[in-house]
Every structure is written in C-alpha cells, then in structure tokens.
Write a protein that binds this ligand. Structure first.
Ligand code: PLP
Length: 379
C-alpha cells in the first residue's frame, strides 16, 4: 500500500462488533477481566488503550518501524527516549535543535549524569570529532529549527556503526513527517515526533510519538512509557488519528505554498536571507533530495533592520503571530525571544538565531493571500 492510502486507512474499523468506521474513543481507565488469569489484552489504560494502540500502530506503519509509542507531548517522547541512557553516557545533539530539547538535556538530564555535545550535525566532521568512548546516541534534527540545516542521516548512521560501542541514531522527524522522510529506512534506530505539529496538523492537540526499528529497543521504550507513565489519553489519541488522515494532502499543499513564498521572499528588498532547503543555493539541498522526497513547509528569513520583526508581527493579519508549527494555519514566530529563549544569547548569535530572524510555518491557505499579507507587513 502506498503512503497516501495507508495514512487514510489508519485506524479504520478497529471495532469489530459494531463496524464503526472511525476508531471509538475508549474513554476508560480499566478493563474487566473475563476470568482469573485471562485478559482481553487490555488491563489498565496507562499500559495500553485501544484508541492509543490504533494511533501507535498507524505511526509505526508510516515510519516503517517495529512499534510506536504515543506520549502526552513531544517533550514526553524525548524524555522517555533519554531515559534509555545511564549516568556517564554521552550524547551528540544538533546544536540548533528545538529549544525544549536543549532545555531538557541541559537542565534535567545533565543533573542525572548524562552529558551532551551540541554540534553542527550538518557537518559530518564535527559529528566525528564529538564521538567519545562514552557516546551512546546521536540525536539529530534535520532540517534544523529554525535555520533549516540538513544533516546527512546515512552518513551519521555509518559513523555510528563504525564506533567502538553501539551508538543509537535518533532522529526528530517533526519538521518533515514520514510523508517526506523516513529515517528508519535510512538506518536510524529511533524516530520521534512532536505530533502536535504536522502529524496532528490542526494546532489543536499536544502529543508525542516515538517509533523504533528493533524489537528489543521497542520493548525498552514501551517499558519507560508504562513505568514513567506520560501516555497519550484516548481523546487526544483520536484527535491525532483523525488529523493524520489528511497528512499527505496537507503536506503537499504546505510545501507548494512554502516554495512559492520562499522564492517571493528572496526578491524582497528588505529580506537579507531566506532559509528553505528547496531553494537553489541552499547548502543542504542535494543531501535533502537524496534522503527525503520533499522540502516541507517550514522556512526562516532575516530582515535588514532589528525593528522590522516587531513591525511584521504587529501588522500581519492572515498570518498569526504564535509559537508552534505544522498546522493548517500559517504561523509566524520570533525564535530569539519565543522558541529559543532557553539557548544562551552568545550561542544563539553564533548559530544565527539573531534579532532579525523570523520563522514561518507556512499553512495551507491560498498562497496569494499569504504573500499579500507579508508584503503589507514588510512595507
Ligand atoms: C514542538 C517540537 C518539539 C516538542 O514537542 P511538544 O509536543 O511541544 O512537546 C520537539 N521537536 C520539535 C522539532 C518541535 O517542533
């Protein structure tokens, strides 16, 4: 079955007794046992719930992994993955990663004895140089947030395989979704998502997903999910499942709009740089095309005056000034102050997350309206 079919059919007729087309929301904490020593396969909803199971199986199938795990947020998914490691273990992480990933590592897991090197994972030499005997995982975001740098997933997997100890390759696939990129097929061990973004797609639910390739690794993640307990509830599981059905058609439109806007921005006199992997001249374009089937709907751009971002955020009417991304509505945000405030200013400036940079999650509205709105806001 092809992707667009799989995504639409996900969770279809899971209730054999009634034949309900849509997966029922099993709003129950517990399940009755038929008799002593027997179970329906469900005992208690932290451990497993049929609505959650439907969405977990759907995402595992889309990412072509062994099993999927749904969490109450993307951060809960990352936290569960980081719990696989022990004091003394070292990780390599993309330097311009999601601010929350930086924060949970720097403020919580550092306390528990994990260490991390934050490097430019679009530069394979930097990844190689950061490897230590204690390195247990390389956590990659590609494209990065917000500078849209591209990491070569296959090359990072090859490095990890050559290392003296087993090193997991973990990919945050939030920006592209399995519609455009399937990291497990490129050799990664674990893929995760903030499902709050493209997977759910409507800016209406917070959720996280992790999928692994290997059965033993899945068992470990499943153990953490049940033991730590940050599971996705049945209502939100249903919302995610429902949102995902249109993933293919949404992402096609997100990308078409993003490409048109990226091209338009490059011609604007007040715009000094546009970061979008689909633009000619983007340094990661070739790698992107070798490992993904598209460029996605996210872009960033810089303007020529530090007062202009404030004006743009005040003047936009169709675009909404809001954090988050990946929903049908266009959202624009100011990373230095909003999403990346937890990254120290000197690191932010070195990375290029300056006070002239804006990030744009391009929605699926009519592209002419989006361009007209940006044009008046930039005036
Ligand atoms: C939003 C986001 C997260 C965190 O997910 P939540 O659902 O907000 O907890 C992680 N990684 C990326 C790339 C994100 O955009």
């Amino acid at each position: 079955m092809r992707f667009a079919t799989k995504v639409v059919q996900a969770g279809l007729v899971t209730d054999k007794t009634t034949g309900a087309l849509s997966t029922p929301i099993y709003q129950t904490a517990s399940f009755r046992h038929p008799e002593l020593g027997r179970s329906t396969g469900y005992d208690y909803s932290r451990t497993q719930n049929p609505t959650r199971k439907a969405v977990e199986e759907a995402v595992a199938a889309l990412e072509e992994g062994h099993a999927g795990f749904a969490f109450s947020s993307g951060m809960a998914a990352i936290t569960a993955i980081l719990m696989l490691y022990r004091p003394g273990d070292h990780l390599i992480i993309t330097e311009d990663c999601y601010g929350g990933t930086y924060r949970v590592m720097d403020k919580l897991f550092a306390q528990l004895g994990l260490s991390a090197s934050f490097v430019d994972t679009s530069n394979i030499d930097q990844v190689r140089q950061a490897l230590q005997p204690a390195t247990k995982a390389i956590l990659v975001e590609t494209p990065t947030n917000p500078l849209m740098k591209i990491a070569d997933i296959r090359a990072i997997v090859a490095l990890a395989r050559k290392h003296q100890n087993p090193v997991h390759v973990i990919v945050d696939n939030t920006f592209l979704s399995p519609y455009f990129q399937k990291p497990l097929l490129l050799g990664a061990d674990i893929v995760f998502h903030s499902g709050s973004k493209y997977l759910a797609g409507h800016n209406d639910v917070i959720c996280g997903i992790a999928v692994a390739k290997d059965a033993a690794l899945c068992e470990q993640i499943g153990f953490v999910q049940n033991a730590a307990g940050a599971i996705l509830g049945p209502q939100d599981s249903w919302l995610l499942l429902r949102g995902m059905k249109t993933l293919a058609i949404r992402l096609r439109q997100h990308e078409q709009n993003a490409l048109a806007i990226a091209k338009w921005l490059t011609t604007h006199p007040s715009v000094t740089a546009v970061y979008y992997p689909g633009l000619p001249g983007h340094p990661g374009k070739e790698i992107q095309e070798s490992q993904a089937s598209g460029y996605g709907g996210m872009l960033s751009f810089t303007v020529d005056h530090p007062r202009l971002p404030e004006q743009i955020l005040r003047k936009v009417k169709v675009l909404q000034f809001a954090e988050s991304l990946g929903g049908v509505e266009s959202l624009i945000t100011f990373p230095a102050v909003q999403t990346h405030a937890d990254i120290p200013a000197d690191i932010r400036n070195r990375l290029g997350i300056t006070d002239c940079l804006l990030r744009f999650s391009v929605g699926i509205e009519d592209v002419e309206d989006l361009i007209a709105d940006l044009a008046q806001a930039l005036e």
